[in-house]
Design a binder for this molecule. Structure first.
Ligand SMILES: [Zn+2]
Length: 327
């Protein structure tokens, strides 16, 4: 049935009609808000490339997490900035480490809020890589797994609600599942950073988390941005090893991958709307080139439409507020 029988504009005529047939709904209940947490008290350090995002001491993170919960955001993600780093990244599995302390503090204050600590070594290693370095400068996959497993169990003991490995070592989901089960945490879900691309969009994050590699780059473990089929293989392996949720990171340049992962797995798919995606919108809005609110809501809607069930985003609180105002 073509024109004039079919007129697509009939259902766009009024706001009520458009709302009635809207396919994708944005809901604060699907957002995860990330935090950068640092030692000390009453500390707030702005991050130049990410206006509105700060490195916060635990007292401020607890307060900000409470504000997020009040806006209907169900989960927060924690990136730790330790006060010392070493070759192995031992701060990652220290039961008194920054992320463990922050997890306990948030769970004490807001027991219903989900706390998801990032699980990687790069924030804790002096060289800034995501695993153990061999003498030749290569990251040793299998030696790193043991340290990641220790970290997962330590985070679980601190009260983490989800374990979220972001390192991209081969076989880590299976090893973490085994370690968690053995330690009595068989009920703790794993959100795997399955298709994590070696992306230029992580630039502002590295400033925020002070985790720029001291040499080289992460292309020997993160994925080549050119590869979609390989992303599906990564996801399939993580699912086979026991991942309960899978992630695609970044989001906006990889909407096709999000869609393919959703269709292949039918698992909850999480997309990480990363620091560079955030920084671009903030910079363009500050320069008066974009309407921030409209751009953010459109971006998040597009990520959901592509197939993401959950979005990790630094815009979470703003977006939640805007969605409340709209209703
Ligand atoms: Zn890492």
């Amino acid at each position: 049935m073509a024109f004039p029988l079919t007129r697509m504009r009939r259902l766009r005529r009024t706001g009520a009609l458009r709302g009635l047939v809207r396919e994708t709904q944005l809901d604060a209940g699907d957002f995860i808000l990330p935090f950068f947490v640092t030692h000390g008290s009453d500390r707030r350090e702005p991050i130049a490339a990410m206006p509105g995002v700060e490195r916060l001491s635990i007292d401020h993170v607890v307060a900000a997490a409470g504000e997020a919960a009040a806006l209907g955001i169900p989960a927060v993600m924690l990136f730790g900035i330790p006060d010392h780093k070493d070759d192995d990244g031992s701060g990652a599995w220290d039961d008194e480490g920054i992320v463990q302390l922050a997890t306990r503090a948030i769970k004490r204050a807001h027991p219903d809020l989900l706390v998801i600590p990032d699980l990687c070594l790069c924030e804790y290693t002096s060289h800034g890589h995501c695993g153990v370095l061999r003498a030749d400068g290569h990251v040793d996959n299998d030696a790193s797994l043991e340290l990641l497993a220790r970290t997962a169990v330590s985070q679980a003991r601190a009260g983490a609600d989800v374990i979220a490995p972001s390192d991209m070592m081969d076989g880590r989901v299976g090893v973490l599942r085994g370690a968690l089960d053995e330690a009595g945490f068989a009920d703790l879900p794993i959100l795997a950073y399955s298709a994590k691309f070696a992306s230029a969009f992580y630039g502002p994050f590295r400033e925020a988390a002070v985790s720029t590699p001291a040499f080289g780059d992460r292309r020997s473990y993160q994925m080549d941005p050119a590869n979609g089929d390989e992303a599906l293989r990564e996801v399939a392996l993580d699912v086979e090893e026991g991942a309960d949720m899978v992630m695609v990171k970044p989001a906006l340049p990889y909407l096709d991958v999000i869609r393919r992962v959703k269709e292949m797995t039918r698992l909850p798919v999480v997309a990480y709307n990363v620091s560079g995606e955030y920084a671009m919108v903030k910079a363009a809005a500050a320069a008066g080139h974009l309407d921030e609110r409209a751009t953010v809501l459109e971006t998040l809607t597009a990520i959901r439409r592509a197939g993401a069930d959950v979005i990790i985003t630094y815009h979470a609180s703003d977006a939640a507020r805007w969605l409340q105002e709209a209703t």
